[in-house]
Design a protein around this ligand. Sequence first.
Ligand SMILES: O=C(O)CCC(=O)C(=O)O
Ligand SMILES: [Fe+2]
Length: 357
Amino acid sequence: MGINFEDQTTLFNFVVREGNGVKGMIDSGLSSVPRPFVQPLSERIPTQKALTCEATQPIDLSNLDGPQHKEVAKQIVEAAETLGFFQVVNHGVSVELLELLKSSAHEFFAQAPEEKSMYLKEVSPSKLVKYGTSFVPDKEKAIEWKDYVSMLYTNDSEALQHWPQPCREVALEFLNSSMEMVKNVVNILMENVGVTLEEEKMNGLMGTKMVNMNYYPTCPSPELTVGVGRHSDMGMLTVLLQDGIGGLYVKLDNGEWAEIPPVHGALVINIGDTLQILSNGKYKSAEHRVRTTNIGSRVSVPIFTAPNPSQKVGPLPEVVKRDGVARYKEFLFQDYMNNFFGQPHDGKKSLDFARAE
Ligand SMILES: O=C(O)CCC(=O)C(=O)O
Ligand SMILES: [Fe+2]
């Protein structure tokens, strides 16, 4: 017997509550987009080819170790001050591992629904692992066309014990092999504003680390849906592996959207709200979104780095002194997270929480 996807409660329960996901819905033979996924007109993404973001020609990080260090650091700073997005190659993560990450993401989502739904927040055997659909489906006007699994890092042994079987080893290796690069980039950005972060402060600001695997199933009517709605990331830096399908868009200063083109072997890096706040607005957390497509299912694997929940966050004193004004207040990062996850994606509205009165 088929499921009646016409009934919105039945559909929501099947996809979200029972954890069949958008993938489960599509696999059951559905050939049109059900109402709860249809975005308001203002959020839909035009299907004609977007601008390609020329500014994201990959930066070669191997040059950081040579005579070109200054030039490369300048490219990173410039990207952080303008677009908030850039791509890197020679980042310390092997291209073989990047391939394995994509295939293990496909492997995770190809499992039977029961193998995934066991990680739904309410029943997950580990508080480190959460599987779901969309961002905050209970509160959104329209559900995002995306299933994901999220793996929080505490230490290697807990990751290997609790993260889902098909991806635990590769996801952990991805996290560990990119951390040095992430810290180098953060240090370059800090140095540029005259700040040297002590080891302890750096660890506090980067204490939350999480690897996600996103799965965007093929969509019968991409013009009606979004993979991820407009948002900025809340943390310090996000490192993202995307596959060859494309569809990640960043908002330009002039309000237009440009696509971050997939580059084989490259990683995408974007600035999060926390870095914008620490730098008193000098660095820009980038507003971005993901479109869906009917050419195939897409996977992406972001690493999010963010402060410890107990960390106090506010503009760095050295920067405030120079600027003569603090554009953001000081707050506990836990409170920022609660606010961030408490409402649907809405561009850069998340930053309002930190705005100085
Ligand atoms: O899938 C992507 O390319 C980006 C996903 C994203 O923005 C996120 O997970 O925060
Ligand atoms: Fe994001």
